[in-house]
Write a protein that binds this ligand. Structure first.
Ligand code: HEC
Length: 167
């Protein structure tokens, strides 16, 4: 009887989303060295498409290895007194934002007069899944702790939206 009661309690708590842990990510790939720049050796189709889109639409600004603004234009930007394009790797702050805000950033862009290369608004050019694919690819550059942190943020954001929708 005690077992059944416990099980019901657990199920209820999980159903209410009170204590449920964030789901295990399906797109994470464990690299031998977490900071290592990923190679094209992965086989996950989401990552392959994510890398292709990233290389085509983002890399010329954010760097092919996610280290930020490409070398050639850095001095010119600094000479103009403007901001450099931020890195997406472990040294940047992309991992400090939940998936939902990263998707929104890609869609709406960032128009900052201090940025020599403003972040373009990609609008409906990508589906949510395609943007998540690019994020999954960038995630390869993060440390396990950063991935875990960002996963929690995303999970909390999902919980928050669910609560707002149920009110
Ligand atoms: C023309 C150059 C350019 C291109 C192309 C570009 N970005 Fe950006 N991006 C920027 C700049 C500049 C910022 C910083 C804007 C600011 O904070 O003022 C930025 C900021 C961001 C941010 C917020 C900062 C962070 O890391 O959390 C994200 C996320 C981002 N870009 C993702 C992308 C993705 C994904 C693509 C490709 C689909 C892309 N960007 C293409 C210039 C670019």
């Amino acid at each position: 009887m005690l077992h059944v009661t416990l099980l019901v309690c657990v199920l209820l708590l999980v159903a209410c989303g009170q204590v449920a842990e964030p789901p295990e990510p399906t797109l994470d790939v464990q690299l031998v060295a977490p900071e290592a720049v990923p190679t094209t050796s992965f086989t996950d189709p989401v990552l392959i498409e994510g890398q292709r889109n990233y290389d085509l639409y983002c890399a010329h600004c954010h760097g092919y290895d996610g280290t930020g603004q490409v070398e050639e234009s850095i001095q010119q930007t600094l000479d103009l007194g403007m901001l450099l394009v931020p890195a997406h790797d472990a040294s940047g702050h992309t991992w400090m934002h939940p998936d939902q805000l990263l998707i929104r950033t890609v869609r709406e862009g960032i128009q900052n007069p201090l940025a020599q290369f403003p972040m373009p608004a990609f609008g409906e050019a990508f589906t949510d899944e395609q943007i998540l694919g690019m994020i999954a690819y960038m995630r390869l550059w993060w440390t396990p702790e950063q991935r875990q942190y960002q996963r929690r943020l995303t999970w909390r954001w999902t919980q928050m939206q669910a609560e707002q929708n149920s009110n």
